[in-house]
Design a protein around this ligand. Structure first.
Ligand code: AHR
Length: 631
């Protein structure tokens, strides 16, 4: 090519290259002009008794239906044990129980039994009872007998081999109901899930049992506390609050089946248990105090949902005099949570073993009251609002449906979305009027995958979270739902749940890991981030942590191709050359984790060098990324 010819072409080539540069995918982050504060409570947890979340889930109890009952939560998991020549029967005795709250019991009638041929009952747990080596299990039961001091042997037995992993003998049974405790200590046994608990006698007698309990070691060793692996997973999510106790579980199908908190406190023997809307009976072992202790274990605060006079089968309580007892229950509940031990309900909490009050800033009035066709929520909310604010003006009161005649402090909005919806609606709050109530996204999820969400769902979730973060001046809190699922057949009522488990192990879904990444890099202020020429299905949010001079840039690439993006960090002063890139990605959107493959999709951390305030970074196909930069 002649020099002259090249000289002619040069301007065109320069223009073309400038044009290409301008069209290259780019991201500009303006660090020195924060647009809003990040809500420090943006990420939290929402739970309820669904999918065996508490019983058979995070609540450590290993005995299923520890209170035998009629209907669901009946005797299905209690079976007769009659070894060899023993003769015995088991039934539900409707006429005797250890307390007014528990008027029934298991009646075991043994007419023939010996040491070699004992008889009694067994419980198969929540899809098995886990046994681990060198572990101490703490148990108790209530019992009485028609025969003086008939010893009861309690053993943990393997379903397949019949091998006894641990056993203890309890003596002192008499004609009156009494509580007994026992410990089961395993030796060098293998880890197994398929075990059952048996209680037997070795001579003829009639023995009644109730509230048979067995706990493994719990998180922070709290007696009657929570399962360790699940609590560790929650702690890793950096949550700031726990919305409790539901969800539909708060409301119940019927008013009588609501979460009636006063029936969930005190000794277990005074808790009558209740049917949950998710078709199994709740032991109420996870009562109000246990919820609060769960918060304390994680160093987070409760977002307390109080029953507000609506249950799901379209039963409601008219505002006015009829609603007053429910309002009083809510006031009492707030006092139980926050009152000093010198108040009526604070004293009750102290009696239950927790003299110190718990922190509380948010109270939610009901749940999803938009489903109440009686149109009574405006009146119900106003009545609760007036009564609570009169005593506790400091509390923020969350409405669960828009209110016509007043602006609630906070409005709870729920989103259950397909991946297409969460991707296309990631900017949902970008243009929301700031003069209305603050927003609590109290339930949200991208529902792809079953029982736990797959990578496609996680991409939708991450895109949605970029939107929540950008708008966290408005969105004070958010919580994914549902949180838990027991993955055994028959345990799940609601597909697509964040964390799955069986009796031995648990795993986080890709959506779980997306939240770990986002909440672990929250920042304190939103900074402007602008994408250009990336094409569709790429999302961003950026925050800085003022105190620690950190910049967190979240980039979601929901496309099937690698995205090379030119990044310009403006106004950061001295940008450190060393940075970290956390990436959660997979080969296909269907990629997922499961109980068998718990670690297929997990975040990977790379140390990267950035050339300066302008650098190029590749983002993998189907990836959720957090750039952790220091300045
Ligand atoms: O998260 C499952 C259910 O979805 C909740 O109980 C209810 O609030 C919502 O409809």
């Amino acid at each position: 090519m002649s020099k002259r010819y090249f000289a002619c072409l040069l301007p065109a080539l320069l223009a073309l290259s400038a044009n290409l540069m301008a069209q290259a995918p780019s991201l500009t982050v303006q660090v020195d002009h924060p647009s809003a504060k990040v809500s420090p409570m943006l990420y939290g947890l929402m739970t309820e008794e669904i999918n065996y979340s508490y019983d058979g889930g995070i609540y450590g109890e290993l005995v299923r239906d520890r209170v035998p009952a009629r209907g669901f939560g009946g005797m299905a998991h209690w079976m007769l044990v009659a070894r060899g020549s023993s003769v015995a029967s088991v039934s539900l005795d409707e006429h005797t129980g250890p307390s007014a709250a528990l008027p029934r019991s298991l009646k075991v009638s043994v007419t023939a039994a010996t040491q070699a041929a004992p008889a009694g009952v067994q419980n198969d747990g929540y899809w098995g009872i886990p046994v681990r080596p060198r572990t101490t299990y703490s148990g108790s039961f209530y019992a009485k007998s028609d025969s003086a001091d008939v010893p009861v042997t309690v053993s943990l037995v393997n379903d397949q081999t019949g091998v006894v992993a641990a056993a203890a003998t309890v003596t002192g049974l008499a004609g009156e109901w009494k509580q007994f405790s026992y410990k089961l200590k395993t030796g060098d046994v293998p880890v197994t899930a398929n075990n059952h608990l048996i209680l037997t006698v070795a001579r003829p007698a009639t023995v009644w049992f109730d509230l048979v309990s067995l706990f493994p070691p719990t998180y922070l060793d709290r007696p009657g506390g929570n399962r360790i692996d699940l609590m560790e997973k929650l702690a890793a999510m950096h949550p700031r609050f726990l919305r409790l106790p539901g969800g539909n579980y708060l409301e119940g199908d019927h008013i009588a089946d609501r979460f009636d908190w006063k029936k969930t406190i005190g000794p277990w023997v005074d808790r009558p248990t209740h049917p949950s809307p998710w078709r199994y009976r709740s032991s109420d072992g996870m009562g109000l105090l246990e919820f609060l202790e769960w918060c304390q274990d994680l160093k987070i605060e409760p977002v307390l949902a109080v029953y507000a006079g609506y249950s799901m089968q379209q039963e409601h309580v008219e505002p006015g005099a009829a609603l007053e007892p429910y309002v009083q229950d809510a006031l009492d509940e707030i006092e139980y949570v926050t009152g000093s031990a010198s108040t009526r309900w604070g004293a009750e909490r102290a009696k239950d073993g927790h003299p110190a009050p718990f922190p509380l800033h948010y109270v939610e009035i009901g749940n999803e009251d938009n489903f109440d066709k009686s149109d009574s929520y405006d009146g119900r909310y106003a009545q609760f609002y007036r009564a609570i604010k009169a005593q506790r003006p400091d509390l923020q009161l969350i409405a669960t449906a828009p209110i016509k005649n007043m602006t609630p402090d906070v409005l709870d909005e729920h989103f259950y979305m397909s991946a297409e919806q969460s991707l296309s609606d990631a900017g949902h709050y970008d243009k929301r009027d700031r003069s209305g109530p603050k927003i609590f996204v109290g339930e949200w999820a991208t529902r792809e995958g079953d029982p736990t969400p797959n990578l496609e769902a996680a991409l939708g979730d991450a895109a949605w979270m970029t939107g929540m973060e950008r708008n966290s001046d408005l969105i004070v809190m958010s919580s994914y739902a549902p949180l838990f699922v027991n993955v055994n057949a028959g345990a799940m009522q609601w597909p697509t749940d964040l964390i799955g488990y069986d009796v031995l192990s648990s795993y986080g879904s890709p959506s779980y890991w997306a939240q770990v990444l986002f909440a672990g890099h929250l920042g304190t202020e939103v900074v402007t981030s602008t994408l250009s020429n990336t094409g569709p299905r790429v999302y961003v949010s950026a925050t800085r942590d003022e105190k620690h001079h950190k910049l967190f840039v979240k980039v979601v690439n929901a496309t099937s191709g690698t995205k090379p993006i030119r990044i310009a960090i403006e106004g950061a002063g001295n940008l450190a050359r060393q940075a970290a890139l956390f990436t959660l990605s997979g080969k296909t959107p269907n990629a997922t984790n499961s109980i068998a493959h718990p670690q297929a999709i997990v975040p990977v951390e790379h140390s990267i060098q950035v050339a300066g305030p302008k650098f190029e970074q590749n983002f993998a196909p189907y990836s959720i990324n957090v750039l952790d930069l220091s300045y």
